[in-house]
Design a protein around this ligand. Structure first.
Ligand SMILES: *[C@@H]1O[C@H](CO)[C@@H](O)[C@H](O)[C@H]1NC(C)=O
Ligand SMILES: *[C@@H]1O[C@H](CO)[C@@H](O)[C@H](O)[C@H]1NC(C)=O
Length: 560
């Protein structure tokens, strides 16, 4: 291109261009010779900015205390999306981003959300239909009664008076085992234990087999697991592919694309105690030994009957406002390139693990970046910190935002770095798209292990399961789903610990975190540092630290 332009210039212009070029060269030389201007003090303050990672890490002192304080504030009460109780946690995040000196933005959407109505009930009846026992639908651990009662979001209103069948975990192989025993669930209530994969899938499978309702038992240690049962991907079910902004067109409930996403039969999570009361009343073929072991108690048969279950559920479906909150640092050289860090803020209960361990870490990143900005650092590319709402209803806050900004994100987003449950126990786990593997592994060499003195996260990660393993993010159960699976943006997901007993229950409280999850908040600190350093490298490296050789070898490995 430049050649062609020069060739078309008349001879006079060529001389002008050469003269101009010489002038430019001359002024550059003169400018370079000017003695360095800034006074010594400012120069010292600016010195570490040459190494943003070192500066970021140098700000770790007191980070765990600051994270603990934020977590305590965020989890002071329940903050279910779309309810007035969600306000204080949103205000806290906004306030902390502002205090750090970041530019803030809020985006509101009005998706369809789903809450329990007042008239749910569960009772055991004799085979003649006379009442035997009322069963509790409450959560034993919810002593304050401040929480939303256990329910499945988007389960339809309805009910059944029918025999029950115990279906173990409600997987395909469990129904096959029942079939061998000559037991089916058609016209009956399926009673399952949690652990058979996505609860929406468990409900859909039971419906496919002809069940009229599903009850899913929580863990024996007390909690009852709330959760969504929608099918078919993330986002507001009535605005698939576009944002649920005010005035947006919405599909009707009779639209095929909408019907496919909703469960066909009512369902409900119940306590282990309530489920056992039903299971113990069942006759029929004996419960297989390995199911019995999972159940942890001796119970008789898988059913059906002779008792009947009387179950009713009332759903309260409504359009409610949700709020995504953003903290933005504009890039100095490539402002149109975005490095995006995201975590959701909404919780089924108090959310100490899920998700506010991640929120508290995000706020510590904001705190440190704020100090770095003050000391003269500016990222090369833009950094966007995102606090999503309504993730628990199916990644709605993040999905609506991705849908609204799809073209922009596809052309400008460098990477999306997700943290949902930052800390639920011991051991570092990570998933990423393969071009980010190497960067991720490198960074864990720079971050202190929170549990073993003198080691780095990389050492313990490497020793944990016979070598470093990075998950490939095929899951769609957190906010990276719209970024990765819909927009195709390189993504990372980070967490400490794999499973915790309080998942989506009243036990997910600050108290649990302080006692069991992370008593010194040092695992939080490790996540903060890995997450922050990833962002800094992606925002500041002159050449993006992607490794496509790793990507190619992963494609080879997974080809079929
Ligand atoms: C089942 O429960 C509902 C709601 O509590 C009640 O109205 C109904 O009479 C019960 N049915 C039977 C057969 O007990
Ligand atoms: C932060 O970590 C230090 C050890 O590095 C510990 O002494 C302190 O108690 C921790 N703070 C909190 C709030 O857990």
């Amino acid at each position: 291109m430049p050649h062609a332009v020069l060739a078309r210039l008349p001879p006079g212009s060529v001389r002008l261009v050469i003269a101009f070029g010489l002038l430019l060269l001359f002024s550059l030389l003169v400018l370079r010779r000017r003695p360095a201007g800034p006074p010594a003090k400012a120069a010292a303050a600016r010195l570490p900015v040459r190494d943003p990672a070192a500066l970021f890490l140098s700000l770790s002192a007191g980070g765990n205390a600051s994270i603990a304080a934020d977590l305590r504030a965020l989890t002071a009460g329940p903050h279910l999306a779309g309810t007035p109780a969600a306000g204080p946690a949103a205000a806290h995040v906004l306030g902390r981003l502002r205090a750090a000196g970041l530019q803030t933005l809020t985006r509101e959407y009005a998706p369809l959300l789903s809450y329990p109505g007042r008239a749910s009930s569960l009772a055991l009846l004799r085979s003649d239909g006379s009442p035997l026992a009322r069963l509790s639908l409450e959560e034993p651990a919810d002593e304050g009664r401040r929480l939303v009662p256990p329910y499945h979001a988007y389960a339809p209103s309805g009910g059944a008076v029918a025999e029950a069948v115990f279906v173990n975990l409600g997987r395909e192989e469990d129904y096959a085992a029942l079939e061998r025993l000559g037991v089916g669930v058609r016209g009956r209530v399926a009673v399952a234990r949690r652990g058979g994969g996505y609860r929406g899938g468990v409900v859909a499978r039971a419906a496919e087999k002809g069940a009229v309702a599903v009850l899913i038992a929580g863990r024996a240690d007390g909690g009852v697991e709330r959760g969504v049962v929608l099918l078919g991907g993330p986002g507001d079910p009535l605005t698939p592919g576009w944002a649920a902004a005010g005035g947006a067109e919405r599909l009707g409930f009779d639209d095929e694309a909408v019907k496919r996403r909703f469960p066909k039969i009512p369902s409900m999570p119940v306590s282990a105690e309530t489920a056992l009361a039903i299971i113990r009343s069942l006759g029929g073929p004996s419960i297989p030994a390995e199911w019995q072991a999972g159940l942890g108690v001796d119970a008789g048969g898988v059913g059906p009957g002779p008792t009947l279950v009387n179950f009713t559920y009332q759903e309260d479906r409504k359009f409610e406002k949700i709020h995504d909150i953003f903290g933005v640092i504009k890039g100095s050289q490539e402002p149109d390139r975005y490095v995006i860090l995201g975590n959701h803020r909404d919780a089924w209960t108090y959310g100490a693990v899920d998700p506010n361990s991640g929120t508290a870490s995000l706020l510590d990143i904001a705190r440190r970046l704020g100090i770095m900005l003050q000391s003269g650092w500016k990222p090369r590319r833009s950094i966007i910190l995102c606090s999503w709402d309504a993730e628990e209803f199916g990644m709605i806050g993040s999905t609506e935002w991705v849908e609204e900004n799809l073209a922009d994100l596809q052309s400008k987003a460098v990477a999306y770095l997700n943290v949902d449950c930052a800390v639920q126990g011991v051991g570092f786990f990570a998933g990423s798209t393969p071009q980010l593997d190497k960067l991720l592994v490198d960074i864990t060499r720079q971050v202190k292990d929170p549990d073993v003195m003198g080691k780095m996260v990389h050492d313990t990660w490497n020793e944990m399961n016979g070598g470093i393993s990075i998950e490939r993010l095929a899951r769609t159960d957190s906010d990276f789903a719209p970024f990765l699976h819909h927009a195709g943006i390189p993504s990372v997901d980070l967490y400490y610990g794999k499973e915790f007993p309080g998942y989506h229950t009243a036990l997910d409280s600050y108290n649990w975190m302080e006692k069991h999850g992370d008593p010194l908040f040092l695992r939080h600190l490790a996540i903060t540092e890995i997450w922050g350093l990833l962002a800094l490298r992606l925002a500041d490296d002159p050449v993006l630290p992607f490794d496509y050789q790793v990507y190619a070898s992963q494609l080879q490995l997974w080809k079929f």
